[in-house]
Design a protein around this ligand. Structure first.
Ligand SMILES: Cc1cc2nc3c(=O)[nH]c(=O)nc-3n(C[C@H](O)[C@H](O)[C@H](O)COP(=O)(O)O)c2cc1C
Length: 261
């Protein structure tokens, strides 16, 4: 059971997550910060539908996030058609829990709308290079993150799903994505039946640097982290990434007409 006081909740979650307690000063929205520090992915949902107004508010919150140069290059595709959702679930048999998620979204990097502005003005788009793809992808990732946080604060659970990119051509066709619109990740949403245990992260000494990147701090943390994590995280990650994964994604992105150099 989390402690009642948001300050001690935030401190306790940070201690569990990062191996060192944070001081949680008195802040107006500290209960929200405590909830975000306690977040973990949810892969077990209650069957209750998510009210339409809640879905709309979460989408609005997600798309209120910052957007590079006000270009607004994130799009969310809500998979509401049960047949389309079933088709996506059948592509991901390793994630049987997904079928039990009341809502599924696909967050997309969207370079199509910007190019439409140019086409509508009869102006050639001069920025066909990697940065354009990167900007749209970052916008989509920021919107995804804002959605996750908003859902958490609304008492819902989420799980991002990069596995949609394992079958990206099929999902692209199912969702009729135009050129320059590329899935970044799916997102499952619903009221949690159970959440995963809070997952420890590398300590802030390895991931937050002041004035210069501290490689020694990273090495020290890598020496210590597996013990704190209580498992061979380093070994697991090396094993997981010893297989070649999604090497065809660049070719798909190029077929979507993004330039990658
Ligand atoms: C971009 C992104 C893609 C992810 N893709 C998947 C996925 O395909 N399947 C899955 O079960 N979890 C996926 N996750 C969830 C991560 O596994 C999870 O966030 C991570 O293990 C840390 O756990 P935590 O979020 O509870 O701290 C994804 C998370 C992110 C941010």
């Amino acid at each position: 059971m989390p402690a009642e006081n948001p300050s001690s909740r935030a401190a306790a979650a940070a201690a569990q997550r990062f191996g060192a307690a944070l001081r949680a000063p008195a802040l107006a929205q500290l209960d929200a910060l405590a909830a975000l520090n306690e977040r973990s992915v949810c892969r077990q949902y209650r069957p209750d539908p998510v009210p339409e107004d809640v879905v709309r508010l979460l989408c609005a919150t997600a798309l209120s996030a910052p957007t590079k140069s006000d270009l607004q290059q994130a799009s969310i595709v809500r998979v509401a058609d049960p047949a389309k959702k079933a088709a996506i679930c059948s592509l991901l048999p390793g994630s049987p829990w997904l079928a039990g998620a009341p809502e599924l979204f696909v967050f997309c990097a969207d370079g199509w709308r910007l190019r439409r502005l140019f086409a509508r003005k009869g102006v050639a788009f001069p920025n066909e290079h990697l940065d354009a793809f990167f900007n749209a992808s970052v916008d989509a990732a920021i919107a995804l993150s804002a959605f996750v946080s908003a859902a958490e604060l609304a008492g819902l659970g989420t799980c991002p799903i990069s596995q949609v990119r394992d079958h990206v051509e099929r999902i692209d066709a199912l969702l009729s994505l135009p050129d320059w619109v590329v899935p970044v990740a799916g997102l499952a949403l619903g009221y949690p039946e159970a959440k995963e245990p809070l997952s420890a992260r590398l300590s802030l000494s390895a991931t937050v640097h002041t004035d210069k990147y501290d490689v020694d701090a990273v090495e020290r943390e890598l020496d210590a982290y597996d013990a704190r994590r209580g498992k061979d995280w380093s070994g697991d990650k090396v094993k997981q990434y010893s297989r070649v994964l999604r090497a065809d994604f660049g070719a798909y992105v190029a077929r979507k007409r993004f330039k990658l150099t």
